[in-house]
Design a protein around this ligand. Structure first.
Ligand SMILES: *Cc1c(COP(=O)(O)O)cnc(C)c1O
Length: 365
């Protein structure tokens, strides 16, 4: 079995050597008179939680609930400000500016390349195979990583430290084939970390890859409460990884990523009643997705609808600009993805009423 030590050898040496910032709330828990964090003893509002106090860096009850939700160990969990922060932390932890690279499989989520740009890491691209419903080209990804893994001195090709896979993929909607992802993870053991962004996996009915982390320490899974749990405004993402990888990410994350009001909102979403509500909401969205997937291709303006395991549909229309303009004129806003896939718009599955608006407007284009 591959060892996590190989993964740690991919971490930036300066990060490995870094001593993590130690916040007051990390150093002392309990006690009665808190005079260690320069907090104000008064709070502006009598409302709970008391906002004059710093929150727990990683609230133990939230970590426990998320670990249970995702069926992983608490030590594998890092709570972040949305999974976007998880992406940023991985970049800053693994990629040396001006030297290392990430690999992405376009068309895909835009934040990977943005986070790489901010860190000064290069981006290697291996497109998904459009003719196969945007399937992962695992052999091409492997080849690209190995080609780029020569020491930077020899020919100067940057070392790919992180491979970002999005499954279900945004904006195309389909899951990547589990066996292909796993075989890539195994082939890259000790060479690169594979990050599987599962922001939409709750809508797929398929199991997460997180269960594979204990035997594949170079696998990292990103989850979020933003989509299926309806908490995009609260910013609660989870990075799931080997405990040793989580420990390194802890060195890089800002001291208090979970604001006290956010903790309240997240815990409420994870109560038994909250979980039932989320399950019902996902079921309603999946049913509406099926309805749209049947109704959209019947419209003259619609050329193709890709199969979706997520809460949106990638729709090819005759003229994306015209479709977007018609939508905007009716107050219905979709996402123009034609820069990534020509004449394609990404339509989020909303309520039945909102989806009727989508159908009505597109039927007139
Ligand atoms: C929406 C989205 C995210 C961001 O999620 P947050 O947790 O809200 O930061 C991450 N990845 C993909 C693919 C997304 O579409």
């Amino acid at each position: 079995m591959p060892s996590v030590d190989q993964v740690l050898s991919l971490v930036r040496p300066d990060i490995l050597a870094l001593t993590a910032y130690s916040s007051a709330r990390k150093e002392s828990k309990g006690g009665r008179v808190w005079l260690d964090a320069n907090e104000n003893p008064q709070t502006p509002s009598a409302a709970k939680p008391l906002l004059n106090r710093y929150p727990e860096p990683q609230p133990a009850d939230l970590v426990a609930q998320l670990a249970a939700l995702y069926r992983v160990a608490a030590a594998q969990v890092l709570v972040t400000r949305g999974s976007d922060e998880g992406i940023d932390l991985l970049l800053r932890t693994f990629c040396r500016a001006g030297q290392d690279a990430i690999l992405i499989t376009p068309p895909t989520y835009g934040m990977y390349v943005v986070a790489a740009g901010i860190q000064g890491a290069r981006t290697v691209t291996v497109p998904l195979i459009r003719e196969k419903n945007f399937a992962l080209d695992a052999a091409a990804v492997l080849k690209a990583v190995l080609a780029a893994s020569k020491p930077s001195g020899e020919g100067g090709t940057p070392e790919v430290k992180l491979v970002f896979l999005c499954s279900p993929n945004n904006p195309t909607g389909g899951l990547l084939e589990r066996a292909a992802v796993l075989s890539l993870v195994k082939s890259l053991a000790g060479r690169a970390v594979v990050v599987v962004d599962e922001a939409y996996v709750d809508f797929s009915g398929q199991p997460s890859l997180a269960a594979e982390i204990p035997v594949n320490p170079n696998l990292v899974v990103l989850r979020t409460l933003s989509k299926a749990y309806g908490l995009a405004g609260a910013r609660v993402g989870t990075t799931i990884a080997d405990p040793a990888v989580i420990a390194v990410l802890q060195k890089v994350i800002a001291p208090y990523p979970v604001p006290a009001p956010v903790l309240i909102a997240a815990l409420a979403a994870l109560t038994p009643a909250g979980l039932v509500a989320a399950r019902n909401s996902v079921a309603a969205i999946v049913a509406e997705r099926s309805r749209l997937a049947v109704a959209l291709p019947k419209l003259p303006a619609v050329k193709h609808v890709w199969p979706s395991d997520a809460n949106y549909l990638l729709v090819e229309v005759a003229d994306a600009t015209r479709a977007m303009m018609a939508g905007r004129a009716a107050g219905v806003i979709w996402r123009d993805r034609s820069k990534d896939v020509s004449n394609c718009i990404r339509i989020t599955v909303g309520t039945a009423e909102e989806n009727n608006a989508t159908l009505e407007v597109l039927s007139r284009v």
